[in-house]
Design a protein around this ligand. Sequence first.
Ligand SMILES: [Mn+2]
Length: 299
Amino acid sequence: MSTFTRLDRVLNASDEILIDDTSRLVFLSDCHRGDNSKADDFASNSSIYCYALEYYYKRGYTYVEIGDGDELWENDYFSSLLQAHGNVYLQMRKFHQEGRLYMIWGNHDIFKSRSRYVKKNLYEYYDPVTQKSEPLFDNIKVHEGLILRYRDTNHKILIVHGHQGDLLNDCLWPLSRFLVRYIWRHFELLRCRNPISPARNASRTNTIESNIIRWIKANNQIVIAGHTHHAAFARPGEAPYFNDGCCVNNDYITGIEIQNGEIMLVEWYKKLSDRGLPEISRKISAGPEKINAFFLHDS
Ligand SMILES: [Mn+2]
């Protein structure tokens, strides 16, 4: 099925969240939280990620995770992720408890599209200290897409992972998962590039981006996506395609923030303080731009 058809369907089926210029939202994706083994690309960034989440939590942001939060192609059990990154999930739970967490599934955590899977694995967890089940993301709904709709103008922003229409990662995902698990991991040890992953293949990234951008132009619709691991930030007058990048870069994560009616691309990274101590810092990599500037072509 083409990117056009897939994105049309997501747009029509997505739940809406009402927002206004006082809303504060942060978008992160492609964390690929794993089992803390060598194959876990998230592990080395978990402290940066938790630090960033605490910053957003304290400042009243709503956290929207745009897919591939959990690496369920390489890991069979969600419980092994929980065991490896318990502190991370408890940090996320704080947002959920206040109605400030929205989860979208991507291709690597497509199992979260099944409500039975979500209920079994995400609603609660076993706490070895209290020796009983405790609520985690109780009653959470994991979405394929979300629409942020401006209360006063009805302008809409579509949030979607972005694998839709990427044939190998969408319709043929069981094949891709098989190749990633059993074939490509051996080649990766020999430093060969995995041809399935857009994150490791620039021409696949370009194809996916240009498909989504064609849809954006045809529908005059702002999109914030993930999937490619390639951060993107449109300028007013360009097709409004935004991508939050990923949380598995070497020693930094990227994300998108919306606040005061403005959108910006940010980076959280490790650096040494003036006193030579390691610290985590945030910088704005692109923007801020008024979101309204991207709605100018509306009829
Ligand atoms: Mn993906």
